[in-house]
Write a protein that binds this ligand. Structure first.
Ligand SMILES: NC(=O)c1ccc[n+]([C@@H]2O[C@H](COP(=O)([O-])OP(=O)(O)OC[C@H]3O[C@@H](n4cnc5c(N)ncnc54)[C@H](OP(=O)(O)O)[C@@H]3O)[C@@H](O)[C@H]2O)c1
Length: 329
């Protein structure tokens, strides 16, 4: 049974009904955060850089009804403070289009969006009088991390920690759910092919967390004091290989498919020339990103925000189990 209510909290509830801006609220994780906050009665403002420049405030046709939407492009810091006017709390869940496939000529990089973008947003939040921050980082963020994306995440985290605004930083392992781009891509192949292609050996370890649980944790962090000024790794109840995740998803869909592995080294070699394109479909860096393990220590999370998180089978079944009328191949 999933506990979808608030966790037991020892501290006071600081703000009964908050106005919460969600940067990245049009995205996979940010969308779940926005929905959960709205479900709990908070006023949600979704920030998006795809809104027309003159749309201004107020509900508008477009990206994520029924939330109020405001234009905020983190690559153009001058408009950010105005976008945060009247906002009590800010949840930052940013990623560039096609992440993790960087397109430097289009400004789509971890440095530009995850790091610089968060630095700019946090500075605007301070100026706008925002009283609470939540930042979606990633498991592995560190000043001296071997991968540049984790160093960018660290720089973003440091801006949050230095802001003087009470914060919670989440470092999730791997998030799945309807609308994710990774697992759904594999399952898309399985609809048409007798096999599922997978880059790498499929043995990378992840601790899958259901996207709705991630939304609940963010809302918990804003509502209770247990996670204030904490940096918390996030993972679901199991740690397993990516192959095991894909096999479980196929089992729940009632599909029998072979997983075909393409060696990561070969794929990196083949994709190297693509980095010359303005918007590459794949890059060697992105291959390193998708084959990395993301193991987490969830002890501090359970202590700060006690909550039952969905086991993988339960989370997957909630949106993948065939309906009576539908029969997968
Ligand atoms: N998915 C996972 O498994 C996972 C695991 C660990 C950590 N995370 C972290 O969770 C965060 C969200 O990931 P996601 O999977 O939800 O990504 P996503 O679906 O691609 O969403 C990214 C959001 O960023 C916004 N954005 C992009 N460029 C922007 C700009 N210039 N100005 C303002 N907003 C911009 C987009 O909104 P608009 O285009 O509407 O502006 C979009 O809503 C990321 O920081 C990621 O590192 C995710």
């Amino acid at each position: 049974m999933t506990n979808s209510g608030s966790p037991v909290d020892s501290g006071p509830v600081p703000l009964p009904r908050m106005t919460v801006a969600v940067a990245g609220g049009t995205g996979f994780v940010g969308g779940a955060i926005a929905r959960e906050l709205a479900r709990r009665g908070h006023r949600v403002v979704v920030l998006s850089h795809r809104l027309p420049a003159r749309s201004g405030e107020g509900p508008s046709e477009g990206l994520v009804q029924p939330f109020e939407q405001r234009r905020a492009d983190i690559t153009q810091p001058h408009g950010l403070e105005a976008a945060l006017a009247g906002v009590d709390a800010l949840a930052i869940s940013l990623a560039f289009r096609n992440s993790p496939i960087e397109a430097p000529r289009r400004g789509r990089t971890f440095e530009r969006v995850d790091a610089d973008g968060t630095v700019a947003l946090v500075s605007a939040a301070g100026a706008a009088g925002v009283r609470r921050l939540v930042y979606m980082s990633g498991a592995g963020a560190a000043a001296d991390a071997p991968r540049h994306w984790f160093r960018a995440k660290w720089r973003a985290e440091e801006a949050v920690r230095a802001s003087g605004i009470p914060y919670t930083i989440f470092r999730p392992s791997w998030i799945y759910g309807p609308g994710d781009r990774s697992l759904n891509r594999f399952l898309g192949f399985a609809r048409w092919l007798p096999f599922v292609p997978q880059i790498g050996n499929g043995r990378q370890l992840v601790a899958p967390v259901f996207v709705d649980d991630m939304g609940r944790l963010v809302a918990d962090a804003l509502e209770v004091s247990g996670a204030t000024d904490a940096t918390l790794e996030v993972g679901g109840p199991e740690t397993l290989t990516m192959d095991a995740v894909v096999r479980e998803a196929l089992r729940i869909q009632g599909r029998r498919r072979l997983i075909l592995h393409a060696p990561a080294g070969l794929m990196k070699l083949l994709t190297r020339p693509l980095t010359l394109l303005p918007s590459p479909p794949m890059t060697p860096d992105a291959i390193d990103f998708v084959v990395q393990s993301a193991q987490v220590d969830t002890g501090p999370l359970s202590a700060a925000l006690p909550r039952h998180l969905m086991p993988l089978a339960e989370g997957l079944a909630s949106y993948l189990a065939p309906t009576r009328r539908g029969s997968p191949g």
